[in-house]
Write a protein that binds this ligand. Structure first.
Ligand SMILES: [Zn+2]
Length: 137
């Protein structure tokens, strides 16, 4: 339990990777790494898709990434309407890890460029929900 605090809107409270939310509250954005074969996952997975092991450990996401693409949402799905407009993007981090997340509200559309250096950090919304967002590196 504990995962119900994750996301702008939470759709589940039950997952084997609920510790992810504890890490966010500690200021860390963590993925999981397989103890057997070393495969890394973000978002975190409880089981390895490469070797099917369930012996996973946590690692902190690399600090530097590059923005691969982004889009601005002017219409949102149910539950997210009040946040519009907001920007979402895909960033690639070292080791080939890709992360899909919202971009920080601090980043104005005219300041966002494909290829720019970015990082990822936890964010706590006004209602106490936790998530992570892409920020300028
Ligand atoms: Zn593995």
């Amino acid at each position: 339990m504990g995962f119900e605090k994750f996301g702008r809107k939470s759709f589940t409270g039950i997952t084997k990777t609920a510790k992810f939310v504890d890490f966010l509250e500690e200021g860390k954005v963590n993925g999981t790494v397989c103890k057997k074969c070393g495969a890394k996952y973000f978002p975190p997975r409880a089981d390895c898709a490469a070797c099917f092991s369930n012996e996973m450990d946590w690692f902190e996401m690399p600090k530097k990434g590059k923005l691969e693409t982004y889009t601005i949402a002017y219409y949102a799905p149910f539950g997210f309407e009040a946040d519009c407009p907001y920007t979402m993007g895909v960033a690639e981090f070292e080791g080939g890890l890709k992360l899909f997340a919202r971009l920080s509200k601090d980043l104005k559309p005219e300041d966002i460029n494909v290829g720019m250096d970015v990082s990822v950090k936890p964010v706590k919304y006004e209602d106490g929900q936790m998530s992570f967002e892409i920020v300028r590196a």
